[in-house]
Design a binder for this molecule. Sequence first.
Ligand code: FES
Ligand code: FES
Length: 158
Amino acid sequence: MTDTFHLEFTVNGRLRVLDIAASHTLLDVLRDDIGLTGTKECCVVGECGACTVIVDGRSVNSCLMLAAEADGADVLTVEGLAPSGQLDALQQAFLDTGAAQCGFCIPGQLMSARALLQRTPHPTPEQINEALAGTLCRCAGYEQSRQAVLAAAEEVGS
Ligand code: FES
Ligand code: FES
């Protein structure tokens, strides 16, 4: 018999209450139990960053975190950046700079960048590189992403 866990947490501003398999990761719950597939599943061993979400203001690899550890937490996923369907400044900047090619890494990059801008509204290029280093991109490289984060920081901070 599978052990279950009663999970209550907030995802993108909405309270979620559900019984999950105790072994499920946060990534499993977001994608399979809640249906938020914007968070990508790739290596599932903490190497690629495609599964990055923000938990209580901190970017985490959701494939490495048991969902039970998120009990009571406030989780933001890529779907939460545009709740009304209108792109936020960061998403628009990624689009404008051409950072999004195949797009697979972009949710993770966006969430890493969002976490950075929340704690450091005017980051240096080095801080941006450091924030994005955990999310692997095989298509566009990082220059466009770095430019996008700088542009978003200027727009939000201006
Ligand atoms: S899927 Fe989580 S780090 Fe790769
Ligand atoms: S845009 Fe394709 S992996 Fe980054």
